[in-house]
Ligand binder design. Structure first.
Ligand code: MN
Length: 242
């Protein structure tokens, strides 16, 4: 009885060994015997639309579909890099899309699932951009562009993001404790799982007098990172490149 969580893989043609690690992990005994796999956003470095004809999206869809076909439900929540991913690709990839902020009960314990970027409320500049690009109008406008134009647009957005990340204080880019408490309070949970900040940890604290935990998933830049939740508890584990 194990449920698996991954996020922030940032799959990209520039890191082929990580794409292979992802494929190998989804085909592993651990994944095939899991109760479910949750992918909590930023699976890819950039997503330009479900009609992208590049090789990477096909490899991802093949890997997740094979896992689903083996009997393991696969859930996907978009992150800030892949928020243009939609129902078309979800069908191809055999996974179920989840809204940011979904609560799923895991072995009797309600667990709030988020990508994590909405919790970084101290980064006012980022939140303003996020609000703008998540509107249906903005998304429709971008998706109407030809694929090569969208590729160029995504490359530019990545450069802008790097510049912002490089010039913004570390603490501003972490979650805000008040935002965490209110998200968990509103959802009525004592456990939260999220990614985005690339600071893997299990934080234990008190929420309205109750023991609570916030589990942060790790990124896949240098190696893999997986959270395993069982009826007994939660464990973060690294996956090394073979
Ligand atoms: Mn992110």
């Amino acid at each position: 009885m194990t449920t698996l969580f991954i996020a922030d893989l940032h799959l990209d043609d520039s890191r082929p060994q990580i794409t292979r690690l992802f494929e190998d992990y989804l085909a592993s005994d651990e994944a095939r015997s899991a109760d479910a796999l949750y992918i909590l956003g930023d699976l890819v470095e950039a997503w330009i639309g479900d009609d992208d004809d590049a090789e990477l999206p096909t490899r991802i869809a093949n890997a997740t579909r094979a896992l689903r076909d083996s009997g393991v439900p696969v859930y996907f929540m978009v992150g800030n890099r892949d928020f243009l991913l939609g129902e078309d690709f979800a069908r191809r990839a055999g996974f179920t899309l989840l809204e940011d902020g979904t609560v799923h009960e895991l072995y009797g314990r309600p667990t709030l699932l988020m990508h994590g970027d909405v919790l970084c409320t101290d980064d006012v500049a980022y939140q303003a951009v996020r609000k703008q690009v998540r509107t249906p109008e903005w998304k429709a406008q971008v998706l109407a562009m030809p694929l090569p134009a969208r590729r160029a647009f995504a490359a530019k957005a990545r450069e802008d993001s790097k510049a912002h990340t490089g010039s913004t204080m570390e603490t501003i880019m972490d979650v805000n404790a008040g935002a965490v408490a209110s998200a968990m309070g509103n959802a009525g949970v004592t456990r939260l799982v999220h990614g985005h900040t690339h600071r893997p940890a299990i934080h234990r604290f008190s929420l309205d007098g109750q023991p609570a935990e916030r589990i942060v998933l790790g990124d896949w830049y240098e190696h893999g990172s997986v959270l395993r939740i069982t009826p007994e508890g939660a464990e973060l584990r690294g996956l090394s490149l073979s």
